[in-house]
Design a protein around this ligand. Structure first.
Ligand code: PGA
Length: 254
């Protein structure tokens, strides 16, 4: 089964809409004309409207960093799936560890968002991963297994090709520490096994599993060469066009 690589840039709470225009233009000129690797940028909500105009007529895709599970109503400050679709957003990052840590998100609450996203034809990038303490006490596979099972409860099998997972060890995010190629492959293979238990082998083989956590041009080739690593979710290195496109190049050469 050949899965097309996806390289997604998670800009987090960085870049004004004005700054986003410059960065997207640069990314577009460096890697926006090819379709062998899918490339997605996920700026802040405030930049999505401008970004959607800019990525039109290029191969770049647009993603959001979160959304509410409800479709509309009295939820001050929140953004719905329909609002994202209206801006031609394709992907939405859900359950990022920073949202779990700082905003109280759980497998259960993220599950509701995932189901709402696919119902609205958005492709969820569902983030999972263990903390340092969980790794040191050898709980990694248990933790990740529960995140997959609980976060994907009732996931409709007809939407399987829209599902993306991102394995992001919490201790590797923004720290400069990366999982070794072997560590990443071990967990990715386990995630695919759990997905096989849930959805069957044929469906599980179609789901892309990204690696995230201090991925950069220098370590991307080794990680992307692993059998079950189907791309990257990039934080820090997505904030400069050169570093981000360096990772896309690594995927193009993988
Ligand atoms: P990082 O972030 O690349 O800066 O480690 C990855 C992420 O949080 O998605």
């Amino acid at each position: 089964m050949s899965r097309k690589y996806l390289i997604a840039g998670n800009w987090k709470m960085n870049k004004t809409a004005t700054e986003a225009v410059d960065l997207i233009e640069e990314v577009k000129s460096l890697v926006g004309n090819q379709s062998s690797v899918q490339v997605c940028v996920c700026p802040s909500f405030t930049s999505l409207a401008k970004a959607s105009e800019l990525v039109e007529e290029s191969q770049l895709l647009l993603g959001a960093q979160d959304m509410n599970a409800e479709s509309s109503g009295a939820f001050t400050g929140e953004i719905s799936a329909e609002m994202l679709r209206d801006l031609y957003v394709s992907f939405v990052i859900l359950g990022h560890s920073e949202r779990r840590q700082f905003f109280g998100e759980t497998n259960h609450s993220v599950n509701k968002k995932i189901l709402a996203a696919v119902e609205n034809n958005l492709k969820p990038i569902y983030c999972i991963g263990e903390t340092l303490e969980e790794r040191e006490t050898e709980k990694t596979l248990d933790v990740v297994g529960s995140q997959v099972r609980e976060g994907l409860e009732s996931f409709p099998s007809q939407s399987i090709e829209n599902l993306v997972l991102a394995y992001e060890p919490v201790w590797a995010i923004g720290t400069g520490k990366t999982a070794t190629d072997e560590m990443a492959q071990e967990v990715h293979a386990y995630i695919r096994k759990v997905l096989t238990d849930i959805f069957g082998e044929s469906s599980a083989s179609k789901i892309r599993i990204l690696y995230g956590g201090s991925m950069k041009p220098e370590n991307a080739a080794g990680l992307l060469a692993q059998e079950d690593v189907d791309g990257g979710l990039i934080g820090g290195a997505s904030l400069t066009a050169r570093a981000f496109s360096g990772i896309v190049e690594a995927a193009l050469n993988a």
